[in-house]
Design a protein around this ligand. Structure first.
Ligand SMILES: *Cc1c(COP(=O)(O)O)cnc(C)c1O
Length: 365
């Protein structure tokens, strides 16, 4: 069986280093927001080419705290892709703001400047864009629109650690870059973790307070914050894995190239190549009208796949009073997309085998 992902194997190569670290960690007796968090923040900021990094408890919190720091008027509109993972939209709702869904481009799955501009109203205050699957949005164009209409930009980088648009890391174009280190992400902790990168010193200070009950100095609360502190243990693990991130992205890019070379374009829609970007593959998706049959055929042939995502946000039961309207591009993506195995544990041979199996399915149709 070729698994879609196998986190125990992904993390196994770090076992000895992790175990030694854990011993030291127990001896030290300091568990949240300490030296390891500080060092990880410095290292991740440097990795992204950003001035500041603020470690938090999850990707959702990184998005939510970015909005909280901006202090937007209640009910202000935030533009967000209609095809994103629910966390992006939830952060807006939790912040007391109004998500306005913007349809993505069907080729890149990302929102574009023209899509954004069509949805701007007098209440629009921010764009929360997503570098979905690891493909960077066209940031120069989006930045121009944001400037023209005086909008903030928050970049959801939860799927794009290490990706660059025109040689500049995602997350450093807008006001904030929000990262998740959920275990399955390209940089994954051994539990929940997240971070915000920013070049704004005032915002960085405010975010450091907001994640810790609005307090920078013990028992002094300058803001109404939340508890979204990063654990020392997670930060220490992330520091080790950060050193391997480029290697992981490179491995996944090699596997992606094999899919692109082997899969027949008359059968499936492949991810579009984008100029002037270094894309990473958190997810390698293809699209086909025969998605469900193909998924079953692959499973029958010992290959596990996933769907990111089966149901669009505006069709989620919990959001029926919040998200209205029809979003045909998003619906089309959700109906036809299939995510193929692409992970540290997969070999080039396995990817060739998967590609051959997919081609065979269509040849027999
Ligand atoms: C994973 C993810 C998040 C949420 O991150 P958590 O750490 O699970 O809170 C947000 N946005 C996108 C696009 C994601 O893939």
């Amino acid at each position: 069986m070729i698994e879609y992902e196998d986190l125990s194997r992904v993390n196994h190569s770090y076992k000895q280093e992790f175990t030694e670290l854990f011993g030291k960690f127990l001896d030290k007796g300091w568990f949240v927001l300490g030296e390891e968090v500080k060092l990880f923040e410095e290292e991740f900021a440097a990795y992204c080419g950003s001035k500041y990094c603020i470690g938090v408890a999850s990707g959702l919190d990184a998005l939510y705290l970015s909005l909280l720091a901006l202090d937007l008027p209640e009910g202000a509109e935030v533009l967000v892709p209609s095809n994103t993972y629910i966390a992006t939209i939830l952060s807006i709702v939790n912040a007391g703001l109004k998500p306005v869904l913007v349809e993505p481009d069907l080729g890149t799955y990302n929102i574009t400047a023209s899509g954004v501009e069509e949805n701007i109203s007098s209440s629009t205050k921010a764009i929360m864009l997503v570098h979905l699957y690891g493909k960077p949005c066209k940031m120069d164009e989006l930045l121009n629109i944001a400037k023209k209409h005086d909008l903030y930009i928050i970049e959801d980088c939860a799927q794009a650690h290490g990706a660059k648009y025109q040689d500049k890391a995602v997350g450093t174009w807008g006001n904030f870059g929000a990262y998740s280190f959920y275990p399955t992400k390209n940089l994954g902790a051994l539990g929940d973790a997240g971070a915000i990168v920013t070049n704004d010193s005032r915002m960085a200070e405010k975010l450091k307070a907001l994640r810790n009950y609005g307090s920078q100095i013990k028992y002094k609360n300058d803001f109404i914050g939340i508890n979204s502190r990063l654990d020392e243990l997670q930060a220490a693990f992330l520091r080790i894995k950060l050193r391997e991130l480029d290697k992981l992205n490179q491995h996944k890019n090699i596997l992606a190239d094999i899919y692109k070379k082997e899969l027949k374009r008359e059968f499936v829609i492949l991810p579009e190549n984008q100029e002037n970007t270094f894309e990473v593959f958190h997810i390698f998706n293809i699209r086909t009208e025969n998605r469900d049959e193909l998924k079953q055929y692959l499973l029958d042939n010992g290959i596990k796949t996933e769907i990111h995502y089966p149901t669009p946000p505006h069709h989620q039961a919990g959001y029926k009073n919040l998200l209205h309207g029809s979003y045909p591009i998003s619906e089309e993506i959700h109906r036809t997309t299939l995510s193929l195995p692409i992970s540290l544990i997969h070999t080039e041979d396995q990817i060739e085998q998967i590609a051959r199996t997919i081609n065979k399915f269509f040849e027999k149709l």
